[in-house]
Ligand binder design. Structure first.
Ligand code: DC
Length: 254
C-alpha cells in the first residue's frame, strides 16, 4: 500500500481576508458582510487602537510622548470579541465598545497609532487573534504588515468628500459636527495615517484596489464577495488536487 499524499496543512476554508483603507471607505460595512456571508470572524483592528487611545486620554497622557504611551501599553490588556457582526471591545476587562467612537477618541487613536512601540504591540495581538484563519481583518496595515500572506487583500478607497459625507450621515439626526468639519478632520487623519514613518497606510503590492467614490456600498460588497468566492473555489480545488491528483487543478497556465 502506498502512502497517501500529505493533506494540506490548513483547511482551504480557513482563509484570511485583509481589508485596508482610509476612514469612511466602507471597510466595516464590507468586512461585516463578508463575515456574515462566508462565516468568518470579523476583527476590527481600529477598535484596538481606539481602546488604547481611550486609556491614554483617561490617564491624561500627552499623546505625543511615545515613552509614556509605551509604559502605559505595558500594563494594558485589550480584548476583541469577534462574532460575525460588530466587535465587543474590552479595555482591561471593561466593555468600552460604546465609548470608543467619540470624536476625541477617534482623534487620539490616530495620534497614538504613529508610534512603532504601540504598533508592534498591536500587530502581535492581531497576529495572535487571526492565527487560526477564518477571519476578515480590517485596518490600515493588515495586508502589508499584520498578514502579508493573507489569501485575499482588498484596499478600499474613495474621495475624501464622499467618505466625509458617509461619516456625517452616520452621526444621526442631531450631528455634533458640520459636514465640512467632518471632512476636514478626516483629511487630517488621512494625512497622519498615510505619512507616518512606521507602516503608513498604503495598498499592499498584491491588493485589489476598490474605489467606491462612484459605487454604492452594496456594489462594493458584491465585488468583494466575488473575489472571495473565486479564491475559495480555487483553493478548494487546489487542496483537493493535492489529495487526489486526478482532480483538475483550478488555474494552471500553460
Ligand atoms: O479604523 P478606525 O477609524 O477605527 O481606526 C482608528 C485609528 O487607528 C486610525 O486613525 C488609524 C489607526 N489604525 C492603524 O493605524 N492601524 C490599523 N490597523 C487600524 C487602525
Amino acid at each position: 500500500m502506498t502512502d497517501a499524499p500529505p493533506r494540506p496543512t490548513r483547511s482551504p476554508r480557513k482563509i484570511i481576508v485583509a481589508i485596508d483603507g482610509p476612514a469612511g471607505a466602507g471597510k466595516s460595512t464590507v468586512a461585516r458582510s463578508l463575515a456574515w456571508r462566508f462565516g468568518l470572524l470579523n476583527l476590527e483592528t481600529g477598535a484596538m487602537y481606539r481602546a488604547f487611545a481611550l486609556k491614554a486620554l483617561r490617564a491624561n497622557l500627552p499623546l505625543d510622548d511615545s515613552n509614556a504611551l509605551a509604559g502605559l501599553a505595558s500594563h494594558t490588556t485589550i480584548g476583541l470579541e469577534a462574532g460575525e457582526g460588530d466587535n465587543r471591545v474590552l479595555l482591561d476587562g471593561d466593555d468600552v465598545t460604546g465609548l470608543i467612537r467619540e470624536p476625541a477618541v477617534t482623534e487620539a487613536a490616530s495620534k497614538v497609532s504613529v508610534f512603532p512601540e504601540i504598533r508592534a504591540w498591536m500587530v502581535r495581538m492581531q497576529q495572535q487573534l487571526g492565527a487560526d484563519g477564518g477571519v476578515v481583518m480590517e485596518g490600515r496595515d493588515i495586508g502589508t504588515v499584520v498578514f502579508p500572506n493573507a489569501d485575499v487583500k482588498i484596499f478600499l478607497d474613495a474621495a475624501a468628500e464622499v467618505r466625509g459625507m458617509r461619516r456625517f450621515d452616520q452621526l444621526g439626526p442631531r450631528p455634533c459636527q458640520q459636514p465640512e468639519e467632518v471632512i476636514r478632520d478626516l483629511r487630517a487623519r488621512d494625512e497622519r495615517d498615510r505619512n507616518r514613518a512606521d507602516s503608513p497606510l498604503r495598498p499592499a503590492a498584491d491588493a485589489v484596489l476598490l474605489d467606491s467614490t462612484h459605487l454604492t456600498l452594496e456594489e462594493v460588497v458584491r465585488a468583494a464577495e466575488d473575489m472571495i468566492t473565486a479564491r475559495i473555489s480555487s483553493s478548494d480545488r487546489d487542496a483537493l488536487q493535492q489529495i487526489d491528483p486526478s482532480i483538475a487543478p483550478s488555474t494552471r497556465e500553460a
